[in-house]
Design a protein around this ligand. Structure first.
Ligand code: GLN
Length: 510
């Protein structure tokens, strides 16, 4: 099956690309991948005949695989990731590779060493990150869906910034084979799409066991059925789900108290970074408005909203950055310019070669994280940082499982809630002015997204409203392998309150 690009499409792409720069590589003319066997399921897959984009840290044979890094700028992928292969077999075609924060490290896409990507709603603002190119391409209508990776929020946060749907699946539901690893125990491939139904279709195509990734699992018996082929028919709006609501005010206050306690114990109340971390958790007024509106609308749609608490959430960000940087320092060791990466012009000896290649090839954020990762793992100190972070991770997982039920569906106890509603990020898309979010504040602001990765749970972000000309997203977090419940709730919302588009958007792929 070949892809037919509609008339006017390529000039539409060109016009948008000049403004947003979403792609690292774009192929308007896409031949059939050799050996692509478009199976009979293609016709019912919901993705057949569509183009899609792939974040440039996911391998697609003969396309770039730069990871947004100078070190890998020239790398071409020698094979295709399992998730991409599955989508191609269902009849869709990759038309480009999208920009990202280098190796997926960041929340703005400004950490890309290769180019700048702008938000289609306001080109002075960032698209979010790290899957910012994928989110911008979907929001601009260039592709109906794109793949990203989500290690601590990198699909859901740019989805919220650009006003599209973003799914981080259950850990193990989708193969990571062909993803360039950042933090292996946290990350999964994820989906950015124009509608919830599309996201459901793509997820139904990419999930499942992969012999090339030993962490993959089939959904356990008892997990809610996905019903992808009946998308639109079964939208369960008004069928009364129980949605737990995490109070952002209570979380911000808990973090603030914790930080005050740390400052007083250290006798260092003047530490500006502690103050920044406390501030970063507080929602911007417009985000609070969007969140309150989503609560009200979900109640009107017939769901029951109850207040819930996840006490260990206040420790989520430190635990996340301890584990993510520890894993990153190990995963990025392979980029030594011998196995992978650009080689320096000359070197005295092998050690010098590696030093020079990494010094020239990695950006500042990547170096910071490698240093942090080796610091928390250093001999004799694991107990103080890494193991402590793992204990917090277990605590967060336990807290969520008490509310949502565990991945073991043979338990008879009924969970307290079907999903948990929380903000995605404390701000809308930010700009690049000097008083915009600092890199440190961006990390502190990951608190609402990184908990789903720590617990391995599915989370879906969707546009709740537009406030002050920019989209505000909210997030539903669910029981392991219960993506269907999240899709059902969000689809009901979308049906009543269709998702918005930026000025200049044209629907080529509806
Ligand atoms: N902002 C987070 C980080 O920088 C999330 C990254 C991601 O999910 N890849 O680590």
């Amino acid at each position: 099956m070949s892809l037919t690009l509609p008339e006017g499409f390529l000039s539409y792409v060109k016009e948008w690309e000049e403004k947003i720069g979403a792609f690292i590589e774009f192929k308007g003319d896409v031949p059939d991948a050799p050996g692509t066997d478009v199976s009979a399921s293609a016709a019912v897959s919901g993705v057949s005949g569509l183009p899609f984009a792939v974040k440039d840290n996911i391998a697609v044979k003969d396309f770039s695989l730069s990871c947004g890094s100078k070190l890998l700028e020239k790398l071409r992928a020698p094979y295709t990731a399992t998730v991409v292969q599955k989508i191609e077999q269902a009849g869709a075609k990759v038309i480009g590779k999208t920009n990202l924060d280098e190796f997926g490290m960041g929340s703005s896409t400004d950490n890309s060493a290769l180019k700048k990507t702008n938000n289609p709603w306001d080109t002075n603002r960032v698209p979010g990150g790290s899957s910012g190119g994928s989110a911008a391409a979907v929001a601009a209508g260039i592709v109906p869906f794109a793949l990203g990776t989500d290690t601590g929020g990198s699909v859901r946060q740019p989805a919220a910034f650009c006003g599209v749907v973003g799914l981080k699946p259950t850990y193990g539901a989708c193969s990571r084979f062909g993803l360039v690893a950042y933090a292996s125990s946290l990350e999964t491939p994820g989906i950015l799409s124009d509608t919830v139904a599309r996201c459901r279709s793509v997820f139904s195509v990419i999930r499942g066991l992969d012999p090339l990734d030993q962490t993959t699992r089939e959904a356990p018996a008892g997990a809610p059925a996905l019903n992808a082929d009946t998308a639109g028919l079964h939208a369960a709006e008004g069928t009364g789900k129980i949605i737990g609501v995490l109070s952002p005010e209570a979380i911000a206050q808990a973090i603030s108290l914790e930080i005050a306690a740390i400052a007083s114990a250290a006798n260092d109340s003047g530490d500006a970074s502690l103050e920044t971390a406390a501030q970063a958790a507080i929602l911007e007024d417009e985000v609070r408005c969007g969140f309150e509106l989503a609560k009200q609308r979900l109640a009107e749609l017939g769901h029951t909203l109850v207040d819930v608490e996840v006490p260990s959430l206040k420790y989520g960000v430190p635990a996340y950055y301890t584990i993510a940087t520890a894993e990153a320092s190990a995963n990025l060791a392979r980029f030594d310019s011998i196995r992978y990466g650009a080689r320096p012009a000359w070197a005295e000896n092998p050690e010098d070669l590696i030093d020079k290649a990494r010094e020239a090839g990695f950006g500042a954020e990547v170096k910071l994280r490698i240093l942090l990762g080796t610091f928390v793992l250093r001999s004799g100190f694991q107990d103080r940082y890494y193991l402590r972070a793992q204990r917090i991770r277990s605590g967060i997982t336990r807290n969520f499982e008490e509310l949502l039920g565990s991945a073991d569906y043979s338990e008879t106890a009924k969970p307290n809630v079907d999903a948990i509603l929380l903000p995605v990020f404390p701000t809308r898309a930010f700009d690049r002015s000097p008083n915009a979010l600092s890199p440190f504040a961006q990390k502190a602001a990951d608190l609402y997204t990184c908990c789903a990765n720590l617990a391995g749970l599915p989370a879906l972000s969707f546009p709740a409203s537009v406030e002050g000309g920019l989209p505000v997203g909210v997030q539903l977090l669910g029981r392991a392998f219960a993506e269907a419940a999240l899709f059902d709730i969000a689809e009901g919302y979308e049906k009543k309150y269709p998702f918005p588009h930026p000025a200049g958007f044209k629907a080529f792929w509806s």
